[in-house]
Design a protein around this ligand. Sequence first.
Ligand SMILES: Cc1cc2nc3c(=O)[nH]c(=O)nc-3n(C[C@H](O)[C@H](O)[C@H](O)COP(=O)(O)O)c2cc1C
Length: 356
Amino acid sequence: MKLGSATSLPKSKLHGRWRTHLLRLLPPMTAQRLTQLALRRGWGLPRRPWPELQHFPLRVELQGVGKLLHPIGLAAGFDTNATCLQALPRLGFAFLEVGTVTPRAQRTRTRPRIVRLPQQLGLLDRNACANDGMEVVAARLQALRWDNSVPLAVNIGSNHRTLAVGAVYDYLQGIATFKELAHFIVLNVSASQQVGLRSPADRNFIRTIAAETDASVLPQLWLKLDPDMGRRAFQSLVACAVEHSFGGLVLTDTRRVLSPYAGGQSGHSLALPAVARLEQAYQVVRGELPLVASGGILNGSDIVQRIMRGASAVEIYTAFVYYGSNVVAKLLREMIAELQLLGFPSALAAKDAYWQ
Ligand SMILES: Cc1cc2nc3c(=O)[nH]c(=O)nc-3n(C[C@H](O)[C@H](O)[C@H](O)COP(=O)(O)O)c2cc1C
């Protein structure tokens, strides 16, 4: 198979380079809201999804979910409340994740809610999972009647006010609410998204979820973990997810930092711990569960490296913020160049190559 030319990838008009630079002059939360508004209104979006992508040997398979045109999806936290979902496939994303959504709506008084860390090519998330609540988001998804061409994940969590012992029931409510509306459900058990920075996830949590959920739904459930757990606890949790027939893992969420403010840091500095977690998870799952890599994926080489280490697909957030709406095209071009450089005829050929 020959790698296709990347020159036919279209340029979105939404925010070319100069628009991305203009957005960066605004506070990050305002820039995000403005981008979401532009997406909802369809300002400057390419007319059709990109047919050119069909020709590239960048296709991958996300076991249990389906075949993807290429490995790049949008991570949770950008379209938390599913308000601009319809426009996102037109920016080229191969799959999408909304959320984190909790049973009841919750707000945060923390300011600033997002901080740009341009020197580290990163962001600081201080949103504490503010969202519109499950009922509202589920109603939006129902109204959308999502077609099956772009797989959709809903990321769920528990409310700040829920006591630790009851957190598992918030997740069970999320599973019941979204199982018919999403291709897969990501249980966000990352400590960096929890108030008090304590993850609800341990082996008992997984066992309870498994015991209370219909066996046919279990393969639809994924776990999103943070990079800050100790290796043993992390690998034991991963083994427990395999044992109970969970669908897959998203690795990883942001890492906890205290400076310049307490929050979850994304982007470049997250890459190293996220890759370490991916490798540690692969050593346990050995292909039994699909892994989606997230954390510091900023160029095509990052994507190829994660695929080589066992990821079936990747998700981005920070790269979207820094590179704008042409980010998927940029990453695919770089990915093609990297695959050529390493002598892989396709993305699938690179899968797990690091472990051979
Ligand atoms: C501002 C911001 C908000 C986020 N919100 C969520 C969220 O609500 N739920 C979640 O699971 N992850 C959330 N994340 C984590 C991202 O989904 C992603 O896993 C992480 O940023 C690492 O990827 P990146 O380096 O490409 O940004 C958020 C990240 C940022 C920067």
